[in-house]
Every structure is written in structure tokens, then in C-alpha cells.
Design a protein around this ligand. Structure first.
Ligand SMILES: O=c1ccn([C@@H]2O[C@H](COP(=O)(O)O)[C@@H](O)[C@H]2O)c(=O)[nH]1
Length: 226
């Protein structure tokens, strides 16, 4: 199991101020839509220069051709991991996975299942009448069949997916909250220790680390708790 710190900040300087308190041998970092939209590839290059492996969390969701080219563009930046929305469908995921394979890229491609900010009620609003866990399994199966190496899900669904897809399938889980910390906008939350027990491969933690008085100590505390 490894830790990924979500650097959700509004500038290169703000992101690097946090990254410079972290140890690339203890965690990876995640660059998401906010930071990447402000900085572009410069932040990825700066993080690589500091020795971090980067998960570029842009959650691509478009027609197959566009998505596959975007995935390749991410891989050309040398990122460790990139993702697409599994709800973009089989052809979109297959085309993207094939592009990485043909290009010989080492970048991991994973599929977002159901956002950890969504509950059963939220799914109903968008016309999905099954539970979050059932929808996660459905989309994870599609991602698996389409040749992706793993999924983004909540650790609440991790044990189910681990049993179904085996030890190599990557289970990347945001919505991690150390006991007693604020859930913020996350709805399917799990503590680091429980996530570990459920068999996740990578846990993603943002605000509990980036907004801590000492991000470095917050990382150490999470690692000590698992
Ligand atoms: O289902 C998902 C997919 C992605 N995320 C991203 O993870 C981090 C979580 O940050 P916290 O501050 O720990 O809540 C954030 O960058 C999200 O964009 C997610 O939360 N859920």
C-alpha cells in the first residue's frame, strides 16, 4: 500500500511549498484539475525534478479518439499514472489503453468508477438506481475488461473489488479520512487503517495533509497508523 498526496492548490508556488515538505520516498503526489489548469505541465516537471512520481488526475471523459490522445499527452509528460472516467465506456477505455501499449509507455491507466463525493441519493439524481457499490463493481468490470490496470473507488468497495479482480488490480482510493478529521465534501469515507484492511493499493489524501499545520507530520502520522 502506498500514499498519494493530492496537491490541490491554486499555483505552482503553493504546490511546491507543500511538496518541499514531503519526502518522495514516502509518498507520491497527485496533480488534479485545479492545479493543472493554473500551471499546465510546469508543475509536473517541477515535481519530477524533486523526485516525485506524479498521478495526473484529470479524469478524461470524451470520445475515444480525443481521450486516447489526451492520455498519450499525459504519458508524454512522463507521469506515473493517469485516469479516465470508466463511464466514458468500453471503446474509450480500450482505445486509450491500446495507445499506451502501442507506444510502450509505462504510465498506469486507471478508470474512475463512482466519485467518493457521491452517495446513493446522488446517483439517483443522475438516473442510477443501483447502490454505489453495485455501480462501482459494474464500472470496474468494464475497466478491467477494457484492459485498464485499476480503478479509482472508495475504500468501502475495495474488499469486493480485490476479491473479484485479484491482487494486481490497482485500487486507488480517495475519500480517506484519519479518525476525527473533517469529511469535507466526501461521502464514502474510510480511515487509513480500515482502507489498508480492505486491500486498497494506493490511498489518496488531500486536505488532511495539505491543510495540516505540518504536512510532513501528517504524512508520518498516516503511515504510522496503517
Ligand atoms: O472519486 C474521487 C476521485 C478523485 N478524487 C480526488 O482526490 C482528492 C481527494 O482530496 P481530499 O482533500 O482528501 O478530499 C481530490 O483531489 C479529488 O479531486 C476524489 O476525492 N474522489
Amino acid at each position: 500500500m502506498s500514499l498519494i498526496v493530492a496537491l490541490d492548490t491554486h499555483s505552482l508556488d503553493a504546490a511546491l511549498a507543500i511538496a518541499d515538505q514531503l519526502d518522495p520516498t514516502l509518498c507520491r503526489v497527485k496533480v488534479g484539475k485545479e492545479l493543472f489548469t493554473y500551471t499546465g505541465p510546469a508543475v509536473v516537471q517541477a515535481l519530477h525534478a524533486r523526485g516525485f512520481e506524479v498521478f495526473l488526475d484529470l479524469k478524461f471523459h470524451d470520445i475515444p479518439n480525443t481521450t486516447a490522445h489526451a492520455v498519450q499527452a499525459a504519458a508524454d509528460l512522463g507521469v506515473w499514472m493517469v485516469n479516465v472516467h470508466a463511464s466514458g465506456g468500453r471503446q474509450m477505455m480500450q482505445t486509450s489503453a491500446a495507445r499506451l501499449k502501442q507506444g510502450g509507455y509505462a504510465t498506469h491507466l486507471i478508470g474512475v468508477t463512482v466519485l467518493t463525493s457521491m452517495s446513493a441519493e446522488d446517483l439517483l439524481d443522475v438516473g442510477i438506481t443501483i447502490s454505489p457499490a453495485e455501480q462501482v463493481v459494474r464500472l470496474a468490470q468494464l475497466a478491467y475488461d477494457s484492459g485498464l490496470g485499476g480503478v479509482v473507488c472508495s475504500a468501502q468497495e475495495a474488499a469486493l473489488l480485490r476479491a473479484k479482480f485479484g491482487p494486481e488490480f490497482l485500487l486507488v482510493t480517495p475519500g480517506i479520512r484519519p479518525a476525527g478529521s473533517n469529511a469535507d465534501d466526501q461521502k464514502r469515507i474510510v480511515t487509513p487503517a480500515d482502507a489498508m484492511r480492505q486491500g486498497v493499493s494506493h490511498m489518496v489524501v488531500g486536505r488532511p495533509i495539505t491543510q495540516a499545520a505540518s504536512p510532513k507530520q501528517a504524512v508520518l502520522d498516516i503511515l504510522a497508523s496503517i
